[in-house]
Design a protein around this ligand. Structure first.
Ligand SMILES: [Zn+2]
Ligand SMILES: [Zn+2]
Length: 452
């Protein structure tokens, strides 16, 4: 449905300029009011001049961002009431248009086109997006490997940007603040899993960030390969200022997918963790498990990845094509994270576990490939008290905890920045395992001149 009224590109550009100005003003205010910052913050406020530091190349650009929870509830940074009214008027009650990269048919090429974004409600946040990670799920979905979807389809569920506008009943967000959105943009919020902060397991199905029916808003969701998005405040995450936006993006799917099982299994010093499949997911598992204090072994069939796995933090590498090395590794690991997305023999991985050990499945093959995977012999599990588990992203609270953990431990993904023009090639390279390790779309590269 075409929205009746769409704010012009000029309104959006003005909103972006205002958001940047608000971030800048807040930064300056923060420097001079260091003692009044909310006590909930773990980190001391930056001293005046600290923002002039050289950026840390390991974690990307050190952007000027508002500290989360900077202000008291309801406090606004705006000095201009006129702008405040204009900002709300632009989004609350009015749909707007975003420029996006998506497919017009399943399996078709990625193209640029405009999509409508719904009117922001009183508890919504409008985000001006900066980066969006490329996930294997995007490709599976857009190529029809996980069933049919409404078209056109814009994928992307690892997005980071700045708050561009907030609904009139949003009290804990500031315009200009850096935020992120992961794989969900809604859930029922009243079922048992939702009440346990396991929104990903909502019995009424969490609303996927793209290609899902969002019943409360009567629309199909469209993802983060786009210049903006409108999201309920409960599904918006704070991005710690220590993590640059391009590096923060992949944490919102790949990061949480690997963090959740490690935290759930209380991985720490004394654990021997193996990671199978060193790609977008697996490379995060190595970094996270090492940061948690575990002894980490990378399992790979590619000799070229051995050195890289050590650089990522693996203490040891076992080539799965080397039968002797595999034999020596049998019965050793307390936890094995299986991030292989191609069909493979899980039973062979179970053999590598110590008694009571756990294999966690995190990679998902295409529907047709999954049926081809060999079954696990029950005796493999029973005889040594092994556990075979699955994991699926994490709840919003756990995702926020993951972001704070990554900020505190300097854990960030290895990223390759991709422009909109290179997206088709980037998807092919991701499928071929050639991206190191997570592709991230620079939203600034979308070109309204190519708008078809
Ligand atoms: Zn994903
Ligand atoms: Zn629910």
């Amino acid at each position: 449905m075409t929205p009746a009224k769409i704010p012009s590109v000029a309104v959006l550009a003005e909103a972006r300029r205002r958001a940047e100005q608000a971030a800048h003003d807040a930064d300056a205010a923060n420097s001079t009011q260091a003692t009044s910052v909310d006590a909930q913050q773990d980190k001391p406020s930056p001293a005046a001049g600290e923002h002039e530091d050289e950026p840390d190349p390991r974690i990307g650009r050190k952007d000027k961002v508002l500290p989360a929870r900077f202000a008291q509830a309801g406090q606004q940074l705006f000095t201009s009431q006129e702008w405040e009214a204009q900002r709300l008027a632009a989004f609350q009650g009015h749909a707007h248009e975003a420029l996006a990269v998506g497919v017009r048919e399943l399996g078709g090429p990625l193209e640029q086109f405009a999509i409508p974004r719904r009117a922001a409600g009183p508890r919504d946040i409008v985000i001006d997006l900066e980066y969006c990670g490329l996930c294997h799920s995007d490709v599976h979905t857009a190529r029809g490997e996980w069933g049919s979807r409404a078209l056109p389809l814009v994928t992307g569920h690892e997005m980071v940007g700045r708050v561009c506008a907030i609904g009139s009943e949003v009290y804990n967000r500031q315009v200009g603040e850096r935020v992120g959105v992961g794989c969900m943009v809604g859930s029922c919020r009243v079922c048992e899993p939702c009440k346990r902060q396991d929104e990903q397991f909502c019995i009424h199905n969490a609303v996927g960030t793209y290609g899902a029916w969002d019943a409360p808003h009567s629309e199909r969701t469209q993802g983060g390969y786009a210049t903006s998005i409108v999201v309920p405040e409960d599904f918006v995450l704070s991005i710690p200022e220590q993590i640059g936006p391009a590096h923060a993006a992949p944490l919102l799917c790949a990061g949480i997918t690997m963090y959740a099982p490690l935290e759930d299994l209380r991985v720490g010093p004394g654990d021997k963790v193996a990671v199978a499949g060193i790609g977008g997911l697996g490379h995060m598992a190595i970094k996270l498990a090492a940061a948690m204090g575990a002894e980490v072994t990378a399992l790979t069939r590619t000799p070229a990845k051995a050195e890289d796995a050590r650089r990522l933090g693996a203490h040891e590498v076992v080539l799965t094509t080397d039968e002797d090395a595999l034999d020596a590794a049998r019965g050793r690991f307390t936890v094995l994270v299986d991030a292989i997305s191609a069909p493979h023999d899980v039973g062979a991985l179970l053999d590598l576990l110590a008694p009571r050990g756990t294999v966690v499945l995190a990679g998902l093959p295409a529907d047709t490939d999954g049926a081809a995977m060999p079954l696990v012999d029950p005796r493999t599990l029973v005889n040594r008290g092994l556990r075979l588990a699955g994991t699926k992203i994490g709840g919003i609270e756990q995702t926020q905890r993951m972001l704070e953990f990554c900020a505190a431990h300097g854990v960030v993904p290895d990223v390759e920045i991709v422009t909109a023009a290179d997206m088709n090639e980037a998807w092919d390279r991701m499928v071929a395992g050639e991206l190191h390790y997570r592709g991230v779309l620079d939203i600034g590269s979308l070109d309204s001149n190519l708008n078809a």
